[in-house]
Design a protein around this ligand. Structure first.
Ligand code: SIN
Ligand code: CO
Length: 380
């Protein structure tokens, strides 16, 4: 397993001083780091229609971007282009392992591991991201410049590329294998490849109130919740027919607030909503489905591994009932499954001992069997 090596500060200091606040270059955060996937394997993934990829290059001085899948790369020549592939952690267990090195941030904040392969002179252009990212340099070298947060002018250099105007650098450095550049949202940055290179970007996402409320509305509709109408029995005399007054507005806000204050409704919404994946999972359903005995055998001898990118969570409000949320679905196994549910959600790999309590429960075993047969967890 990769372990993050911090020489200038502790993880606690990183969280206090840098996370979401300012960019920092972590020299040799991964000493001896090597590419977790080869460039030709990455290029192969970008040929698959279910995998999101983009190729960015300049033609006669103008930025160009093409979306995958790609059939070949010959026409792009030997320099000045970058191939970017999203959610490679879903398709490569070695790449999925990289996320573990950042386990001091909870999984619900994770977006994906995006990998870019750039040829000499390649880059995606100066831009600002909405996400926190740890750019881990693999093979080759890249020159990175990062500017201060501020009111930077942004413009479409191409319909698919939002760039930012030139900026002064607060970090200006050449990265070699093992170096990590952390960039919080809002800081302009630009990486130019000096020598064919691979970058592994572990990205963390957050949600806007708009995303959350729209997800909550879907959750209420799907589960037939929140349908009680506003009640105004005993309302005072109203004289202005066209007026929605403050006290009526307060009734409406109170009605919505009651949904937000319902801890169980909100726990189920948040758990289901945040456990949905944005990109497709590499679910390899078993052709020959296994039985409960096979499952117990696997747990005893090999253990099970969660498929890359699978999101599963528990919340304080519902964990005592043994509730977990896996890939958008809610499962309830009862209080004696509590520790097993926690083990399942907190670890990429589980074995018989970790799931001991749950394995005494027929509902838990049946769900685990179903997950394994569908490919959510697998034996290596
Ligand atoms: C890249 O890896 O080429 C781009 C990463 C980024 O700027 O977020
Ligand atoms: Co970026």
């Amino acid at each position: 397993m990769l372990t993050l090596q911090l020489s200038d500060f502790s993880i606690e200091e990183f969280l206090a001083h840098y996370w979401q606040k300012k960019p920092v270059l972590i020299r040799q955060g991964f000493p001896g780091f090597y590419d977790l996937i080869r460039p030709d394997e990455l290029a192969g993934l970008a040929c698959e229609p279910q995998i999101e990829s983009r190729l960015i290059y300049k033609q006669d001085g103008a930025w160009q971007a093409e979306s995958g899948p790609f059939e070949s790369y010959g026409r792009f020549g030997k320099k000045d282009w970058t191939l970017v592939v999203q959610a490679v952690d879903h398709w490569s267990p070695d790449v999925a392992d990289l996320v573990q090195a950042f386990s001091f941030i909870p999984k619900w904040r994770l977006d994906d591991v995006m990998i870019s392969y750039a040829t000499n002179g390649g880059g995606v252009g100066p831009h600002i991201d909405l996400y926190d990212v740890f750019i881990c340099q693999g093979s080759g070298r890249r020159h990175w410049r990062v500017g201060e947060r501020g009111d930077h002018r942004q413009f479409a250099a191409h319909p698919a590329l939002l760039h930012t105007a030139p900026f002064d650098a607060i970090i200006d450095a050449e990265l070699i294998a093992g170096d990590i550049l952390y960039i919080p949202p809002g800081f302009p940055h630009d990486g130019i490849c000096l020598e064919n290179s691979m970058s592994f970007s572990v990205g963390f996402r957050s949600k806007s109130a708009r995303d959350m409320l729209s997800g909550l509305a879907d959750h209420l509709i799907d589960n037939e919740l929140g349908s009680a109408l506003i009640s105004d029995a005993g309302r005072p005399l109203h004289t202005e027919q066209g007026h929605i007054n403050r006290s009526d507005m307060a009734l409406m806000k109170a009605q919505m607030q009651a949904v937000l204050d319902d801890e169980l409704v909100m726990a189920d919404f948040v758990g289901s909503f945040l456990s949905k994946t944005k990109c497709e999972l590499d679910l390899q359903a078993l052709e020959d489905e296994i039985t409960q005995d096979d499952l117990l055998d696997l747990l005893q001898n090999e253990g099970l591994r969660r498929t890359g990118g699978l999101r599963c969570f528990y919340l304080d409000q519902t964990i005592d009932q043994g509730v977990c949320y896996v890939d958008g679905q809610r499962y309830e196994f009862g209080s004696s499954a509590r520790e097993s549910v926690i083990a399942l959600c907190d670890n990429d790999e589980v074995d018989e001992e970790m799931l001991e309590g749950g394995l005494q429960l027929s509902g838990f075993v049946a769900a685990l069997l179903e997950w394994v047969n569908q490919g959510y967890w697998y034996a290596e």
